[in-house]
Design a protein around this ligand. Sequence first.
Ligand SMILES: [Zn+2]
Length: 118
Amino acid sequence: MHEFSIITELFKIMEETAHAHNLVKVESVIIHAGALRQIHKAALLAAWQEITQSTIAENSTLELTVLPARIRCLNCRKESGVEDICFVCGFCSSGEVEVIQGNELILHTIRGENSHGD
Ligand SMILES: [Zn+2]
């Protein structure tokens, strides 16, 4: 279950960020993940619930935004989206492409309360 290792990593980053901003409670977290990561959302949410128990992020909401995969053609240099794991240029049908989006895993937003109460 790779969602759990993803969550473990993200949780570490979340905790560090929360400390850096003096957060005493985390209410919501938004994650941006590339489509090529093939994250199972329900498994991710379950892992989040489990790992945040008895932490400052207990009962926080986790939102997952999936970034569609995009490629750049090495032949015609145009960029296009891809629907599945079939990397072919949408303009000239060349198979010589590079992936420019789809592998991301970003902790995008953390919302919470800081120790000043605002
Ligand atoms: Zn092309």
